[in-house]
Design a protein around this ligand. Structure first.
Ligand SMILES: [Zn+2]
Ligand SMILES: [Zn+2]
Length: 233
């Protein structure tokens, strides 16, 4: 895909968050002006000229002079940037273990504009094809996720993919469900703790894991969200 200036990409990203992330077909000019002013201190003048540029590049569609949506071309572009941004967030948070959210955000914002598809796939595979960013927002999947590439050894793997008897250290849990998270936390299933895969049932049946001396049975769909770092034997 051809190069696009990063300020234009930032706007596509924001339109994505206001529409795709929110399950809304369109956003409004008013919303965009407000959002860009609040998040990036863009003046009305600046936002206006950038939006005009996006229209002339056919990256956004306008409806009734009020509503704004990504065009197909804009959608494809925004999807790539969002995907890169959220993958880099995971990289900073989980692999580099950066705790400061502002620092994670700054890093992801710089790297997202430098999109090389092979690098992005390498990062995705390394991270075990994560489906959510550290803030719980969905990461649009890439081709590597469909293929479940494992040509590069992943640093993280769902606990369900450990060998029976193998132990991993919990890196992150990708659940958005607070009740489910509370339940897992109550069992001591939280980042940093060691977990052993004790038993797997066939046909996507429940999984038994062991934390300390306690064995816990979990639905496979829940256990799949617990990502661990393999501990070298
Ligand atoms: Zn995020
Ligand atoms: Zn992937």
């Amino acid at each position: 895909m051809s190069e696009l200036r990063s300020d234009l990409e930032e706007i596509l990203e924001i339109i994505w968050m206001l529409t795709v992330d929110e399950n809304e077909p369109t956003t409004t000019f008013e919303e965009l002006y407000k959002n860009l002013y609040e998040t990036k201190e863009f003046s009305g003048e600046l936002t206006k000229s950038l939006l005009e540029e996006l229209i002339s590049l056919k990256l956004i569609d306008i409806k009734d002079d009020i509503h704004v949506a990504l065009s197909q071309k804009g959608y494809d572009r925004a999807r790539q940037i969002i995907r890169a941004h959220r993958l880099y967030e995971r990289l900073f948070a989980d692999v580099l273990r950066i705790k400061d959210d502002a620092q994670i955000e700054r890093g992801a914002c710089v790297l997202e504009h430098i999109i090389a598809e092979d690098v992005e796939e390498t990062v995705c595979t390394l991270l075990g094809h994560p489906t959510k960013c550290p803030h719980g927002r969905p990461i649009p999947p890439g081709l590597c996720c469909e293929r479940r590439d494992s040509s590069i050894a992943s640093i993280f793997t769902p606990v369900t993919e450990l060998d029976i008897g193998e132990t991993g250290q919990i890196a992150y849990i990708s659940s958005n469900d607070n009740r489910e998270m509370d339940k897992l936390l109550a069992f001591g299933i939280l980042p940093g703790n060691a977990v052993k895969l004790h038993q797997k049932m066939p046909y996507n049946g429940p999984i038994v894991i062991q934390i300390d001396q306690t064995q816990v049975a979990l639905e496979k769909s829940v256990a799949d969200q617990i990502c661990v770092r393999r501990i070298k034997k």
